[in-house]
Design a protein around this ligand. Structure first.
Ligand code: CAA
Ligand code: NAD
Length: 283
């Protein structure tokens, strides 16, 4: 079985920075790269802050935090990933952009290395077509916020090998996650169920229900830790819209049509918490 010691993470946004953090905390040498230099810097700073917070809360010793921090290195391009036995992609949810990156990763990582994607909805089989190693391409769907959420949904493409699956499961478990095996169909398990629920919440808002009433109804009435509109802001409205459009297009059912109000918010650049404004406003 492939022995993984170095993991390359691409995308240092909300998800990529969290994945790099849990990778380093699990003891993997971790390279982190983002096309946007400022995003890379912000991602690395966020990791340091979260590790310091864990020390404050006595969930980690100062030495453990230091050891984790020393395992993360920022990279200046994908060409630095030639020492990785595994890469985990967490860039923008767009199939063409992901495929272009996977072709580059395929040309850079050694034979046998695993190319994983944290995509929320896109077919793993399709992403794999941009590489010459479809057997080593797999979905490794972490949940947001990565350091807190216990799940990794693993998705096997049509050609993913048993070995790639076994190594990905083992790496996820070393990162202290529990895995489920999803299906390579739009939205897999979690987003097939979650995104239509959030979409309905946005329809209610569009129909005039107060946002706090929508959120409180679901928090107090169904014990969700955050209401669906807050969760939408937290996920990112751009990502949510992309997922709903893909579900709608590829499953062909009207029930997945994105709410027009969501489309408008994304057009306005109100992407949620990361943009400072979504259904709510943020500092
Ligand atoms: N990064 C790291 N840690 C974080 C964090 C973050 N962004 N946000 C919160 N935490 C930690 C806090 O430090 C705190 O840790 P301790 O218990 O050790 O003190 C813990 O999480 C709880 O945080 P808070 O007390 O501040 O707030 P909370 O109790 O409201 O919990 C939450 C925050 C964990 C985010 C909770 O609201 C929650 O579970 N929300 C739902 C999250 C969810 O559904 N995620 C899945 C989204 S869907 C997805 O990811 C798939 C997709 O493809 C779109
Ligand atoms: P984000 O917008 O916070 O971060 C994306 C990062 O990717 C940005 O820093 C951006 O600069 C970088 N990037 C964009 N194109 C790039 C490229 N071609 N090469 C290198 N870097 C590039 O987004 P996010 O919420 O972290 O989502 C990332 C991925 O994770 C998406 O596929 C998304 O669907 C998936 N995902 C998101 C969530 C969520 O709740 N937000 C949960 C699970 C999975």
């Amino acid at each position: 079985m492939t022995d993984v010691s170095t993991i390359g993470v691409i995308g240092a946004g909300q998800m990529g920075a969290g994945i790099a953090q849990v990778s380093a905390m699990a003891g993997y040498e971790t390279l982190l790269w983002d096309a946007n230099e400022a995003a890379l810097e912000k991602g690395i700073q966020g990791i340091s802050k979260r590790l310091a917070r864990l020390v404050e809360k006595e969930k980690l010793t100062a030495d453990e935090a230091k050891a984790a921090e020393s395992k993360i290195k920022g990279a200046s391009s994908v060409s630095e990933f030639s020492s990785c036995q595994m890469s985990i992609e967490a860039i923008i949810e767009n199939v063409e952009i992901k495929q272009k990156l996977f072709a580059e990763l395929d040309a850079t990582l050694p034979a046998g290395a695993i190319l994983a994607s944290n995509t929320s909805s896109i077919s793993i089989t399709r992403i794999a077509t941009s590489t010459k190693r479809p057997e080593s391409v797999i979905g490794m769907h972490f949940m947001n916020p990565v350091p807190v959420m216990k799940l990794v949904e693993i998705i096997r493409g049509l050609q993913t090998s048993d070995e790639t699956y076994a190594v990905t499961k083992a790496v996820s478990e070393k990162m202290d996650k529990t895995t489920v095996l999803g299906v390579d169909s739009p939205g897999f398990i979690v987003n097939r169920i979650l995104c239509p629920m959030i979409n309905e919440a946005i329809f209610l808002l569009q129909e005039g229900v107060e946002r706090e009433d929508v959120d409180n109804a679901m928090m107090l009435g169904t014990n969700q830790p955050m209401g669906p509109l807050t969760l939408a802001d937290f996920v990112g409205l751009d990502t949510l819209l992309y997922i709903l459009q893909l579900l709608h297009r590829e499953l062909g059912e009207d029930k997945y049509r994105p709410c027009p109000l969501l489309v408008k918010y994304v057009e306005a650049g109100w992407y949620g918490k990361k943009a400072g404004r979504g259904f709510y406003t943020y500092e």
